[in-house]
Ligand binder design. Structure first.
Ligand code: PHE
Length: 333
């Protein structure tokens, strides 16, 4: 056989073996058979080169290099091909881009409440909790709200069937978080510094600024000489920390059965006044009812709507957004 034919035959045999190799092991076997350093058939071609005359050498050398390059390239291509998982083997193509994972997030009101707890916590207030199903004793009586007070009108509250009445009287969905003041004072001796955040319920007609369920943050501080000035400072520092700029607090005289004096609290941070809630000095009769001596301790209490703060801070114009569960809204926080 002509030497040049031998080169061609080597190439054809090697390419055929590679094409027929169905797995990595057969490719490796073909590599050893043809290109193996010790006993591969490529040695025969090297021998031919060795025996070539000086005229043959340039042609043989060029041919040898070409053939070796093509076989090596075919080998690498086949190795790559077999390394790729086949769709039929795995059921899916792992080279396709993945589906993006959508991360959930905390509800904007939960985020707001967590932030509130954080800020007020740095001022020494710990978090207390109370039930949403409350009795008349905690929702009204202990808070000095008499039976004939308009706030006790059954049409202004969500009462449960009378069959659920307890030792504390008929049961209703709490209409204010002030109930937690009573629960804490009944169980704890002064000094007290707590906040309580949670849902309250009132049968209001639902519109952009009213809901039959909303959230309040209640604050209570009791000690031997708590003053109204401390109340105002606490509210100012809190609002300033939350809104990120200097907030002015304004008190307007008001009335709540459980505080004396009582105020409506407004705040301003540049653009007009916004009413944030009620506050005052805990009424002596409330202190007495939980067994405290009003001559020894005084305290302040405040309660405000959480939605309002969050709406102001984020520019939300409709309170219903919070409960619609529209992901387009929720994903913005
Ligand atoms: N509980 C009152 C309300 O819901 C707010 C308030 C809390 C007022 C504490 C005074 C002291 O309107």
């Amino acid at each position: 056989m002509e030497p040049l034919q031998q080169f061609e035959q080597f190439e054809a045999a090697a390419l055929a073996a590679l094409a027929n190799a169905k797995d990595a092991a057969s490719v490796e076997a073909a590599r050893v058979e043809f290109l193996g350093k010790k006993s591969g058939r490529i040695k025969e071609l090297q021998d031919l080169l060795g025996k070539a005359t000086s005229e043959q050498r340039p042609t043989f050398g060029a041919k040898f290099n070409e053939v070796r390059q093509r076989v090596t390239a075919a080998l690498e291509a086949r190795q790559l091909e077999l390394a790729k998982p086949k769709a039929s083997l795995t059921g899916f193509d792992i080279s396709l881009p993945g589906e993006p994972v959508r991360l959930g997030r905390r509800h904007p009101l939960t985020q707001t409440m967590d932030e509130f707890k954080n800020i007020i916590g740095r001022m020494g207030f710990t978090v207390a909790n109370g039930p949403e199903l409350e009795d008349e004793h905690h929702n009204f009586e202990a808070l000095n709200i008499p039976l004939d007070h308009p706030a006790r009108d059954p049409l202004e509250n969500f009462y449960l069937a009378t069959a659920t009445a307890t030792a504390g009287g008929p049961v209703l969905l709490r209409s204010q978080t002030s109930t937690v003041q009573i629960r804490v004072m009944e169980k704890t001796k002064p000094p007290i510094r707590i906040v309580s955040l949670g849902r309250v319920y009132r049968p209001d007609t639902i519109d952009a600024t009213h809901s039959c369920m909303f959230h309040q943050m209640e604050g209570l501080m009791i000690d031997t000489s708590v003053t109204m000035a401390q109340l105002k400072t606490t509210l100012r520092l809190f609002a300033t920390a939350y809104l990120g700029r200097d907030v002015t607090i304004r008190f307007r005289p008001s009335f709540f059965p459980f505080t004396e004096p009582s105020v409506e609290v407004d705040m301003s941070w540049g653009q007009g006044w916004m009413e944030i809630g009620g506050a005052g000095m805990v009424d002596p009769s409330v202190l007495r009812a939980v067994g405290y001596d009003p001559d020894e301790v005084t305290g302040f209490a405040f309660g405000f709507g959480i939605e309002r703060f969050a709406m102001r801070r984020y520019g939300i114009t409709d309170i219903r957004r919070f409960t619609e569960n529209d992901v387009r809204f929720l994903s913005q926080f």
